[in-house]
Design a protein around this ligand. Sequence first.
Ligand code: SF4
Length: 212
Amino acid sequence: MTPTQIYYENLANTTMKNLKKRHFECHYCKTAKEATELAITLVSSGSTVSFGGSMTLAESGMADRLKELDDITLLDRSKANSPEEIAEIYHKSLNSDYYFMSSNAITSDGELVNVDGTGNRVAALIYGPKNVIILAGMNKVAPSLEEAVSRVRNVASPINANRLNRQTPCAATGLCSDCLSPDCICSHTVITRRSAPADRIKVILIGESLGY
Ligand code: SF4
């Protein structure tokens, strides 16, 4: 193993110990490929599945893998033809059996940190889908809550603002200035400190750098 792989595995073991204390189901996979195959085994045949916008799900191949499955009903907003259809998928997703997403950050103490613009993704995380399956590269793990929030505001959000072509201060400077601009993508900051019911939220940590 490379030194980075050893570091990721050690940090994952520490983080998983704390995730388990908080009643999250958790797993560690060395690669994205292993993680997508594991995630598929967690999904029951005949179920309804949805997913939130996520570069991790795209880069890992998870989103494409879900689209290949022919024994599930996939609620896929990329198939929507209008804002109304997208809103309908968002609402139906709250009743899904499995909701896939990543987390903007995870503390080594086992808390999930997510910042959302519209709020559909964090709504599903909090309540609705029977199961939430989170795939996250080890680059998302931060040593404290403060550093996790800072990571989202000063790394993930500026890059997302550029990706979404938003005219925000962070898109121009690379740093959050706590804006209230019309294009702001930070409406909701959600800290998930435990899974209720136990094991509803399943976290798969991956020993690679994925998403941002
Ligand atoms: S609050 Fe505004 S400036 Fe800060 S990260 Fe969000 S969009 Fe960027």
